[in-house]
Design a protein around this ligand. Structure first.
Ligand code: SF4
Length: 373
């Protein structure tokens, strides 16, 4: 728990123009529902007006937030700024799809106070984009990045995916090179995963797609980290690289550092430092609850001390900065275990912190289990 950190604000826009065949996130290709969702969202926001004194990040994610119209954007930002005290130097991020990026929309977002755009490019190779059934091609991604810069954004993130079906390491590094041509302030590199109950999941079951094996995963991960580090990027979280520490995602760091956050929209999660709660995930159920004057909360939990401790390990092993050594104090034998992990090249212990190495990042999910009480 890190109550001393200023809370972050999140809005989940659960709509996409089309559904990508690999995506297991809850989002609907039903723009007709947007006005109803907007109305519900505005009601939900009023429930939490005085809950937190100040926010220093606002993140509008999805789904695809850029499906909203100009009028909807203006209304949403006005509602948020009226209801909450958002610090004048807040980081305000919008996730964008290359296909939706126009000078008009980017200019509007900039005027509304957005100062960071995170663009879902995935690849700069047309064949790969076609496989992923993305609506943009490589040229569209390049034009979108130019357009975002022209609108005045000086903090731009590019999201990419590696390990795509048929993609070799060389092709992946070519995509990374394509992104670097723009000197983005932030690059997220996610491993392509095949999720059950998606069209790609069904293709995998029929043997039409083969996921990466462990050795290939490792090779992609290490070559990405080496490549970007050489180009001046800081590998500050498993999937995240920043062109210097000033460009880390301040909002996402809140999740990894257990800071409080308040989330709006279907399936959004919130955390006040002790208690976590989450919203109904279906847009219909969410809208219905709010139209009846109810908060759309689906569940909640209050974290025990041990849950807090385990979460700080789970999250701490994901970030370069790691976690406070004292988190392990109560665990018998932790010093020897840490020495073994250090000898194995998985962590470094320095200045009172336990910090994962790149090899440690690769096994970040299993390391916390070694320290459970
Ligand atoms: S645009 Fe993003 S959220 Fe929407 S379906 Fe595709 S991957 Fe999922």
């Amino acid at each position: 728990m890190n109550k001393s950190l200023t809370p972050g604000l999140y809005v989940h826009v659960p709509f996409c123009r089309t559904k990508c065949p690999y995506c297991a996130f809850y989002s609907l290709p039903s723009p007709a529902l947007i006005p109803r969702w907007m109305e519900a969202l505005q009601r939900e926001i009023q429930f939490y007006r005085d809950r937190f004194p100040l926010f220093d990040t606002l993140y509008l994610g999805g789904g695809t937030p850029t499906v909203l119209s100009h009028v909807q954007w203006s209304d949403l930002m006005e509602t948020l700024f009226n209801a909450f005290n958002i610090s004048p130097d807040a980081e305000i991020t919008v996730e964008a799809n290359p296909d939706d990026v126009t000078p008009g929309l980017m200019g509007l977002l900039h005027r509304l106070g957005v100062n960071r755009v995170s663009l879902g490019v995935q690849s700069f190779d047309d064949r790969e984009l076609h496989t992923l059934k993305r609506r943009h091609n490589a040229r569209g991604a390049i034009e979108a990045l130019d357009c975002i810069r022209d609108a005045g954004f000086s903090n731009v993130g590019v999201d990419l995916m590696y390990g795509l079906p048929g993609q070799g390491e060389e092709m992946w590094l070519k995509t990374l090179g394509g992104a670097l041509a723009f000197r983005p302030e932030h690059i997220s590199c996610y491993q392509f995963t095949v999720e059950a109950k998606t069209p790609f999941g069904r293709m995998r079951d029929k043997g039409m797609i083969a996921p990466l094996d462990e050795e290939q995963e490792r090779a992609f991960f290490i070559s990405t980290s080496d490549f970007l580090r050489e180009k001046g990027y800081v590998h500050y979280e498993i999937s995240s690289y920043a062109r210097g520490l000033t460009f880390t995602s301040r909002h996402n760091m809140k999740y990894w550092q257990q800071a409080p956050y308040l989330g709006f929209g279907p399936s959004a999660h919130s955390f006040d430092g002790n208690r976590r709660w989450w919203n109904l995930s279906s847009v219909q159920d969410y809208c219905q609850a709010l139209s009846r004057g109810k908060v759309p909360v689906a569940g909640h939990e209050t974290l025990s001390k041990e849950q807090h401790r385990m979460e700080s390990l789970l999250l701490g092993f994901r970030i370069k900065d790691g976690f406070d050594f004292r988190t392990l104090e109560k665990m018998p034998g932790h010093k020897k275990l840490l020495r073994d992990l250090e000898r194995g090249g998985l962590v470094r212990v320095e200045a009172g912190r336990v910090m994962p190495t790149d090899e440690g990042f690769l096994v970040a999910d299993s390391l916390p289990l070694l320290f459970s009480l």
